[in-house]
Design a binder for this molecule. Structure first.
Ligand code: NAD
Length: 260
């Protein structure tokens, strides 16, 4: 379905981004993966995707908290793979703390990675998409783009911000064959969720089991974590031609969380 396309997925060495990169490769797209982690493990993943799906996969170690590195990653992908047809702004981090104790440097980092990186990557990718009259911009937002939780002020602010950014980009690019949408997952079991459990235990005075059942799954009427494969399947659909009329949409995949 995506043969001949090039997809750049930020934050794709783990979790949701990795599942999206793998799903696009399965559909025949060449891929640029990005993110941090063990060098050997990343190379194993990169070459593994190439071999498994018979596509070209490059890796960029660009730091999504740095605008210049983010833009350079897009330029590098176009140089190496010919274009960026599908851009998934997915890199993100979390930090859990009461707002009056929230470290300013954590606030700045979350806004830079979870919001501003999408701006820098999108502005670098749009000229090429406009020239080809085809493009897909998919932003991994969150249920926290629609509603708030306590102790996640920076994350909630950045995710609400990316929902607005998505809508503006969609309006600006609507006549160029480009769509821009935000995917809003509920809780997906990934390292990002696992890492916030100790801080949530401390902030709320709860045990690990209480955090999982009474805080995380409590939010989701299905009482199930969303899986990375489910999010990736939605990202594949949005990248396809049949999704050409879906633009500026903020799409929930959250087990009913935001319906409540
Ligand atoms: P994850 O921790 O498994 O993956 C995050 C990825 O981002 C990793 O590849 C990491 O290396 C990369 N990354 C972090 N900082 C970076 C930086 N400065 N530069 C480049 N890459 C960087 O997390 P995940 O759960 O897969 O999260 C992916 C996205 O999904 C995030 O935007 C997150 O906010 C969003 N999300 C996650 C959930 C969830 O429950 N897991 C729910 C809603 C939204």
């Amino acid at each position: 379905m995506l043969k001949g396309k090039v997809a750049l997925v930020t934050g794709s060495t783990s979790g949701i981004g990795l599942a999206i990169a793998r799903a696009y490769a399965r559909e025949g797209a060449n891929i640029c993966i990005n993110g941090f982690g063990d060098k050997d493990a990343i190379e194993k993943e990169r070459s593994g995707i190439e071999q498994e799906f018979g596509v070209k996969v490059i890796y960029s170690g660009a730091d999504m908290s740095k605008g210049d590195q983010t833009e350079a990653m897009v330029v590098e992908t176009i140089k190496s793979l010919g274009s960026v047809d599908i851009l998934v702004n997915n890199a993100g981090i979390q930090f859990v703390s009461p707002v009056e104790e929230f470290p300013p440097e954590k606030w700045e980092q979350i806004v830079a990675i979870n919001l501003s990186s999408a701006f820098y990557a999108t502005r670098a990718a749009i000229p090429g998409m406009k020239a080809k009259k085809w493009g897909r911009i998919i932003n991994t937002a969150s249920a926290h783009a629609l509603i708030a939780s306590p102790f996640k002020s920076a994350y909630v602010a950045a995710k609400h911000g990316i929902a607005g950014f998505t809508k503006s980009v969609a309006l600006e690019t609507a006549t160029f064959g480009i769509t821009a949408n935000a995917i809003c997952p509920g809780y997906v079991w990934t390292p990002l969720v696992e890492r916030q459990i100790p801080d949530t235990m401390a902030a709320r005075g709860l045990t690990r089991e209480q955090v999982i059942n009474d805080v995380l799954l409590h939010a989701q009427p299905t009482k199930q974590f969303v899986t990375v494969e489910e999010v990736a399947a939605l990202a594949v659909y949005l990248a396809g031609d049949m999704a050409r009329s879906i633009t500026g949409s903020i799409i929930s995949i959250d087990g009913g969380w935001t319906a409540a």
